[in-house]
Design a protein around this ligand. Structure first.
Ligand code: NAD
Length: 444
């Protein structure tokens, strides 16, 4: 099939590459000229495990192309994916200007009799498919006829950054929202190679598909937040959240995954999607109370370790120096959008402290954002020189079993504030550390 993917970010580039991998010819379109120039030059613009190999193979085979020109990109495409940003607007609702701007432009370009399926892959509020149809119609001065010249399908994306390629190639499920039999058949054919092992393609109406994505993300954000609150209770009552997590997670109705407490959820999706769903609820006069609590608790959780650090240093961080391991909002990505590490750094700097950080992939993005306000190290151990304490903000695998002899030798004092519960508390006790983690006994 011939496919166009509009928006070549985390979702668009993975989507385009993976569709090319199953033999389709994909043209990725982006307005960012530097990004397209890099991609054309053979450089993958995001860090995502496994992506580079697929990217190189498909570029070499001539199945994966790049352009900044929408018209050129969609010229012979049968399916057009919109993988555009939907950031929070000022009032928290999803900003649809990127999606609807492109929809309007598509209307000006698409031709009568050249049927195309337009697919919303961006996370968008209920009713957006109708707005995309209206945008295309307006762009075409009502020359195009929905159902005849085009259909708009909602096909939300559930990939996780860090395992995006695996998630895309073997999705738990594919959700396709459309009432059009023609569009349904095109989408079914496109996704068939991805669900060979029997995972379902779930067909539904557009609105249900749109809401499914928000419901999934809001539920996951709620699950993490619930465990963060249980972790607080553990600290107050002297229980151990690791034990509670295991005890709770072995109930199949609850499940083992997504129960790890920490310094809050971040990333480009959960914060904005929870906010957007709460806003959508308000628009239909529904008070979605759980979501309000989730947002409130998570906001506090991102900087939860700051008062702990201040307490430890007698409320004076002036001139104190901190090593930070991990900047990305989660491991295996270079994405720093809404990363808890950034909130922690901001608070530390405001309190007069200095910071040296290390992250295996996210340092260039943080450098671009924070400039010289913090230092960056070449390795996790290099951060420790002259540091008063180590703070762990992202659970990269390489931080899990570090060389404690090196850590002890470099740190000014054996002090670790661990926002991701990486180390065994008994071991930390044995090694003589002050060790604060989330929902567990503080070792001192
Ligand atoms: P992103 O910011 O990484 O990428 C968006 C891309 O669109 C950018 O490269 C930008 O330059 C480009 N763009 C903007 N306007 C354009 C235009 N007019 N024409 C062509 N390109 C344009 O965003 P993302 O993380 O890939 O997310 C895209 C959508 O997918 C969002 O709605 C998001 O909520 C959703 N989503 C994201 C993830 C994720 O893990 N990142 C997962 C599922 C769903």
């Amino acid at each position: 099939m011939k496919i166009a993917v509009i928006g070549t970010g985390y979702v668009g580039l993975v989507t385009g590459t993976c569709f090319a991998e199953t033999g389709n010819r994909v043209t990725c379109v982006d307005i960012d000229e530097r990004k397209i120039a890099k991609l054309k030059g053979g450089t993958v613009t995001i860090y995502e495990p496994g992506l580079e190999k697929l990217f190189e193979r498909n570029v070499k085979e001539g199945r994966l192309l790049f352009t900044t020109q929408l018209e050129e990109g969609i010229a012979d495409a049968e399916i057009i994916f919109l993988a555009l940003p939907t950031p929070p607007g000022e009032d928290g609702s999803a900003d649809l200007s990127y999606v609807l701007g492109v929809a309007h432009k598509l209307g000006t370009i698409m031709k009568k009799g050249d049927y195309k399926v337009i697919v919303d892959k961006s996370t968008v509020p209920v009713g957006t498919a109708d707005k995309v149809i209206a945008g295309i119609l307006k762009g075409s001065n009502n020359a195009l006829v929905p159902g005849e010249d085009f259909d708009v399908v909602s096909n939300p994306e559930f990939l996780r950054e860090g395992v995006a390629v695996e998630d895309f190639m073997k999705p738990d499920r594919v959700v396709i929202g459309t009432d059009s039999a023609k569009a349904r058949s095109v989408m079914g054919e496109l996704y068939a190679p991805f669900v060979r092992s029997g995972n379902p393609v779930i067909y539904m109406d557009e609105k249900s598909a749109e809401l499914t994505k928000y419901a999934a993300n809001a539920f996951l954000a709620t699950k993490i937040t619930f465990m963060n609150e249980i972790a607080r209770m553990c600290e107050l009552l002297g229980a151990d959240v690791d034990m509670v997590r295991k005890g709770v997670g072995s109930d199949e109705r609850i499940g083992k995954r997504f129960l790890f407490p920490g310094i809050g959820y971040g990333g480009s999706c959960f914060p904005k999607d929870v906010q957007a769903l709460a806003k959508s609820a308000a628009e239909v006069n529904y008070d979605f109370r759980i979501l309000k609590s989730v947002m409130e608790v998570n906001e506090a959780q991102k900087t939860y370790i700051i008062p702990k650090i201040k307490d430890y240093f007698n409320n004076d961080l002036t001139g104190k120096h901190f090593a930070i391991w991990g900047l990305a909002f989660k491991p295996n990505t270079d994405d720093i959008r809404e990363a808890p590490a950034l909130y922690i750094i901001k608070e530390l700097l405001a309190a007069g402290a200095t910071v040296t950080a290390f992250d295996p992939e996210a340092m260039p993005n943080v450098k671009a954002l924070l400039g010289d306000s913090i230092k960056f190290a070449e390795s996790q151990y290099e951060t420790l020189a002259d540091a008063d304490a180590l703070i762990i903000a992202t659970e990269w695998n390489e931080f899990r079993t570090p060389d404690f002899t090196k850590i002890s030798a470099s740190l000014k004092r054996r002090t670790i504030f661990d926002g991701r519960n990486l180390f065994d508390t008994d071991l930390m006790n044995k090694l003589g550390y002050y060790y604060f983690s989330i929902g567990r006994k503080t070792v001192q």
